[in-house]
Design a protein around this ligand. Sequence first.
Ligand SMILES: Cc1cc2nc3c(=O)[nH]c(=O)nc-3n(C[C@H](O)[C@H](O)[C@H](O)COP(=O)(O)OP(=O)(O)OC[C@H]3O[C@@H](n4cnc5c(N)ncnc54)[C@H](O)[C@@H]3O)c2cc1C
Length: 486
Amino acid sequence: MLTGAEYLGSIQDGRRLYFDGELIADPLSHPMFATNYRNAAEGYDRAYDKDAEAGPYYVIPQTVDELRDLMHALADWDDLAAVTSQGLTALLTAGARMSSQPEYAKYSSRMRAYHQYCKENDLRCVQAITDAKGDRRLPPSKQDDPDMYTRIVERRPDGVVVNGAKLHITAAAVAHEMIVMPTKMMKPGEEDWAIACAIPMNAQGVSIVNTTYAPRADNPDYYPISSHANSTEGFIILDNVFVPNERVFLAGEVEHSATFAHALGLWERLGGTMHMAECADTLVGFAQLIAEANGASAISHIKDKIAEMVIYATLIRGCLEAAVTHAGRTPEGWMHPNELYTNAAKHYGGAEFNIMIRHLHDIAGGGVLTVTAAASSSTRQTGRFTRRTVSAPIRREAAPPMNSPAPMNRCSSSCATSGPPSKIATSSSGNSSRTIFTLSALVAGVSSEGLSMQTLPAAMAPTKGWKSRPDGKFQGPKMSTWPFGS
Ligand SMILES: Cc1cc2nc3c(=O)[nH]c(=O)nc-3n(C[C@H](O)[C@H](O)[C@H](O)COP(=O)(O)OP(=O)(O)OC[C@H]3O[C@@H](n4cnc5c(N)ncnc54)[C@H](O)[C@@H]3O)c2cc1C
């Protein structure tokens, strides 16, 4: 296994990364890439075990319990580790689905060998599936530019040469390899576009044009989430890239061109939806905390809104639990989540997410947009005024200092899993105003930073007074209890 430092060494491999139109000479020290590299390196260090055969990301679940563990782990690991696990497991799933047809046995065995190669070298891979697609009305073969969909431009005895682009690829800049898959089902006549393979990021002909939602300013008070949880997103350009046969997993067989996308969707959704569940719990906790801090938690429409948020969180978790409990088994004998429940959870989570944000904004009030940074409550010039005006109206017992995490049951009697009814802060201590500032800033961050839910759970560390976990992440409240009676 690699340590974080070894990972950072391994990634300096001559890859071509662009940002704002410029080739980046030293990505590790570039401010827009630094957090992404640091988080990936920390992921390596967290998992490092000198006695282990391999990192946990390469596990192939053999039982329902192992599948459940993987589902929870996907939401805990850093983004790069999670996409690695999802991409490699998707490859194995696709290989398993092709394995019953003897003509595809070579591809299935190459995919298993590639999984083993990544495991032995502790590599991180991204999922490169989304093509540029050009004119959406036209199939690949009718596009003005045939490279709008990634394609084979030359077949050689020892491999293939590919051209095209893969867009929006999360963490491409910080991974070792990309797993290329067809973006959709290809039809007869579109054989050249039915290409699945693995390509190292530093291969000849690969360039990555990056963006990131890392903040362009450095005050974490104003960027409570993206200042420490951000990822690069890359447009990968493939310009006559040679792929040797052992890394080619599909080369023209259109009947299996969609097998990869379906397999990836399954694992991607399992992890993504687990993130949604954790995010939903956290948003419920925010809503409850702000309602309590404002003395609004007993108002009936506020309770109704929080109840609706709890239902959202619970339905996602329920569907995920069903996806694992009703897991299927591949021909090789390992487990995969139930497709229907996984897809239902993902669809519901995405379709109704706006309710969570709408209720949270409504409950939090104008501070979501106008709250000043926490610093405003601590200086001599503005502190007294801001503490008076934004402090909780009800007297509560003393809160812990903002810099020391407190037991989770302090956050609220209704959103905690156990423990006595809690108190948030005392108006005389001055901590109540900071609680509100921090929460409002985080709520604001949920929407104004435009972040994906994927990044949200990792971003909760600034919320002092909530439970922090040994892995350094923040633990949101679990909705194992119904907070409002039956
Ligand atoms: C933050 C983020 C991270 C991502 N990470 C990855 C990643 O790691 N790897 C990866 O491969 N991809 C990734 N993606 C890409 C993502 O999968 C695509 O954005 C998504 O599949 C939609 O494709 P598109 O952006 O090209 O939009 P389009 O496909 O153009 O869709 C836009 C709209 O047009 C409609 N539309 C388009 N074509 C048709 C048609 N023929 N018929 C009917 N309706 C049509 C769609 O339904 C949709 O409403 C990421 C995207 C985001 C935002």
